[in-house]
Write a protein that binds this ligand. Structure first.
Ligand SMILES: NC(=O)c1ccc[n+]([C@@H]2O[C@H](COP(=O)([O-])OP(=O)(O)OC[C@H]3O[C@@H](n4cnc5c(N)ncnc54)[C@H](OP(=O)(O)O)[C@@H]3O)[C@@H](O)[C@H]2O)c1
Length: 243
């Protein structure tokens, strides 16, 4: 029932929810291996965290880089206890604008990046007969609105992948959690490229977003359960958020 000493790999730890989770889990004694593309940000974070935290420059759209991140954690610590598939982006826009490059990036990072993490972690976790995979969906995985179709579809995919994963890894004692946050303050609105949508989302986040440590506490709750308790889904929002 403790997080202390757990070997935790987090993708997208250079800002927002991933960074807040790294800070929180480090304070609870986890041993962290952090991945993201902005290695300078990760390096500054691990310098601050100490306790043997490591940073590996990782683009989750490259399956070899994701494998390198996770294999490196196992090489250093002998096992992986937790993978948090957190890296993601949200360049929303109306479909009629045809911003296909943004659609591709969301599919590559939000879906394929999660799959590459699962593919890299499962060989270790099935061998260990233990482990915990946390995937990050969104309220948008449950609700779609004009402008959010592709992002919502990627996050709905994460929900389905997580439920399929849950059923498949039962024989190995591996736990799975999918977390669906509402608006949380992070750099996510900056990933919107469409000017009209960017303004709308910025206003929404300014009005409603809650601090990123809300996500970190949810992660810690799921991780700190006894081995025979598997917290599979958590959906949470700012109290003031209607949608
Ligand atoms: N904030 C919210 O309101 C909210 C709500 C629901 C769900 N979420 C989900 O929460 C997750 C974290 O987002 P956030 O809100 O913390 O946003 P954020 O501050 O923008 O952080 C996104 C993280 O993902 C990383 N990332 C993006 N593309 C990547 C790539 N190709 N390879 C590796 N890492 C990549 C970024 O690192 P680099 O740029 O350094 O690579 C960054 O660390 C996302 O999956 C998002 O969809 C957020």
């Amino acid at each position: 029932m403790t997080i202390e000493g757990k070997i935790v790999v987090i993708t997208g730890a250079s800002s927002g929810l991933g960074e807040a989770t790294a800070r929180h889990l480090a304070a609870l004694g986890a041993k962290l291996v952090l991945g993201a593309r902005r290695i300078d940000r990760l390096q500054a974070l691990i310098d601050e965290l100490g306790n043997g935290a490591a940073a590996v420059q990782t683009d989750v759209t490259d399956r070899e880089q994701v494998r390198h991140l996770i294999n490196g954690a196992v090489a250093a610590h002998g096992r992986i206890d937790v993978l948090i598939n957190n890296a993601g982006l949200m360049p929303q826009s109306l479909l009629e604008k045809g911003l296909i490059d943004d659609w591709d990036r969301m599919i590559d990072v939000n879906i394929k990046g999660v799959l590459y993490g699962i593919a890299a972690a499962l060989p270790h976790m099935t061998r260990q007969k233990s482990g915990h995979i946390i995937n990050v969906s969104s309220v948008a995985g449950h609700k779609v609105r004009p402008g959010s179709a592709v992002y919502a579809a990627t996050k709905a995919a994460v929900l389905m992948l997580s439920e399929g994963l849950r059923q498949e890894v039962k024989p190995y004692g591996i736990r799975t959690t999918v977390i669906s946050p509402g608006a949380v303050a992070s750099e996510l609105p900056a990933s919107v490229t469409d000017a009209d949508t960017a303004q709308r989302i910025r206003q929404f986040y300014d009005a409603y977003a809650i601090p990123a440590d809300s996500f970190a506490r949810v992660v810690a709750f799921a991780l700190s359960q006894p081995d025979d308790v598997d917290i599979n889904e958590i959906l949470y929002r700012p109290t003031a958020q209607e949608l």
